[in-house]
Design a protein around this ligand. Structure first.
Ligand SMILES: C[S@@+](CC[C@H](N)C(=O)[O-])C[C@H]1O[C@@H](n2cnc3c(N)ncnc32)[C@H](O)[C@@H]1O
Length: 448
């Protein structure tokens, strides 16, 4: 079947599977905070020696990037920084009390919003209190997202001194026409300077976020962007498919569907970008990711150690991920919990000495099995069953087997090269909760 035909057939609303079950399918009615605390404490007793992953959500941005699908709060008023840090530290203290100690941190990521909205001094205060006197372990993977427009030398230096070795810059696209449409501006020169400086300071991995399918994006413009990116040579690149969810993110109504490349046109952007990155020495990893062969993400993928959690792909595998801050999601392996989604609600709950958890899910035995298979497909492009593959999964995969996207051999399901671009569709075949209750309204962005 022609690629264009495959696209017409498989370009449907599909989750990105940073978790299973996906958030809209969490069984919140059978979840409460006491159960979350119980499951977390139990998991911690079992896995404390390996350490935890910590995600800190810093939601503030000075201006709205209209494409953005993340939880953000737009303000130019920097007096919001300290009260928010205060709430984060109270939340951290509550978790430490629950676990009976300050857990060892194996991985920490500052995401947003724009972490570099916060002054370097305030980030230092936050992180020093979290890490405690021993600071971060020298083997811990510490990373942060920076906006090229406001990441300063002081940010880079202070975070480097605290043990951060990985930096992720949100680029999206260098084409001025696209930047105007998405209200997000940064030049290749600016980005090059920050990258050079961070390397000089000892950062070991620099990631760029790029997106295909943005409003006003053309093949010619994207080619120019990728030429600039390759010249700067980041270690990793996340090349995301633009998720258009205007029913959730009103900012995306600043442009119309007519401005967005869709279907074949969008896929051609991905193919062109992929072709250029691969020709420049980048290896494709999992879904949406590329890395140089020297980067730890590539090495982990070769050693079958790639992992995926709510933060995306990682080379660290922990059983516990704690998410601090507004809208953050935590995962203790057998349960998920998400914090309140507005800054006010979050701060209010924390001031009240409660965890800010507002919804969650307790995974049952079937969820755990399905999650394992989806994770393997996402990280290593195949999965294997100990018993026979459930009949309903085989049935759902059959059209993809016929179209040579996947192969089923005895108890193994394997993604074929053509199927890589349809990974979300393959995972959907395993998603029993989605099949049991088809959504009445659109929940997810398009799979391609
Ligand atoms: C929360 S953003 C952080 C960006 C970074 N703090 C900055 O401002 O430079 C994380 C990444 O998610 C991706 N992202 C955000 N909205 C998206 C959307 N609607 N579709 C696809 N990717 C998106 C972008 O590539 C973005 O860099």
């Amino acid at each position: 079947m022609e690629v264009a035909e495959l696209l017409r057939k498989y370009n449907i609303a599909a989750p990105r599977y940073t978790s299973y079950p996906t958030v809209p399918y969490w069984d919140n009615e059978n979840f409460n905070e006491a159960q979350w605390k119980g499951r977390l404490a139990e998991a911690y007793r079992e896995h404390k020696d390996e350490g935890i992953s910590l995600y800190i959500h810093l939601p503030f941005c000075e201006s709205l990037c209209t494409y953005c699908g993340c939880n953000t709060r737009i303000t130019k008023n920097h007096s919001v920084e300290l009260p928010y840090i205060d709430a984060l530290l109270k939340e951290w203290a509550m978790y430490c009390a629950l676990l009976g100690e300050r857990p060892k941190i194996k991985e920490i990521h500052l995401g947003g919003g724009t972490p570099t909205f916060f002054s370097a001094a305030n980030l230092k205060q936050l992180l020093e209190t979290i890490a405690g006197a021993t600071h971060f372990d020298k083997d811990a993977s510490c990373s942060f997202e920076g906006h090229p427009d406001n990441t300063t030398e002081a940010h880079l230096q202070i975070l480097r001194d605290l043990g951060f070795r990985r930096l992720s810059l949100g680029i999206q696209d260098f084409d001025p026409k696209v930047q105007f449409m998405i209200n997000r501006y940064q030049t290749p020169t600016q980005v090059h300077e920050i990258t050079k400086l961070s390397r000089k300071m000892g950062y070991q991995s620099v990631n760029f976020d790029l997106i295909y399918g943005l409003p006003g994006q053309t093949k010619e413009g994207l080619v120019e962007t990728i030429i600039d990116v390759i010249a700067i040579r980041p270690d990793r690149i996340a090349f995301y498919s633009y998720a258009h969810v205007p029913w959730i993110k009103a900012g995306q109504r600043h442009f119309t569907e007519r401005d967005i490349p869709q279907g074949d046109e969008k896929f051609a952007l991905y193919q062109k970008g992929r072709e250029m990155l691969v020709a420049a020495g980048y290896e494709e990893i999992g879904m949406d990711h590329f890395a140089l062969k020297t980067d730890s993400l590539y090495i982990a993928s070769k050693q079958n150690k790639l992992h995926r959690n709510f933060m995306g792909y990682t080379d660290q595998h922990t059983h516990i991920l704690l998410g601090l801050g507004v809208s953050s999601i935590s995962d203790c392996d057998t349960a998920f919990a998400q914090n309140a989604k507005t800054v006010e609600e979050y701060k209010h709950l924390i001031q009240d000495e409660q965890l800010a958890v507002q919804k969650g899910h307790l995974l049952n035995a079937e969820d755990l099995q399905i999650r394992k298979h989806i994770l393997r497909l996402m990280c290593q492009s195949n999965t294997c069953f100990t018993d026979d593959i459930p009949e309903e999964v085989v049935e759902r995969l059959q059209p993809m087997v016929d179209d040579r996207l996947v192969a089923i051999r005895s108890k193994e399901v394997k993604i074929l090269p053509l199927g890589r671009s349809f990974l979300r569709n393959v995972c959907m075949a395993f998603d029993n909760r989605l099949w049991k209750k088809q959504p009445q309204t659109q929940l997810f962005s398009a799979s391609i």
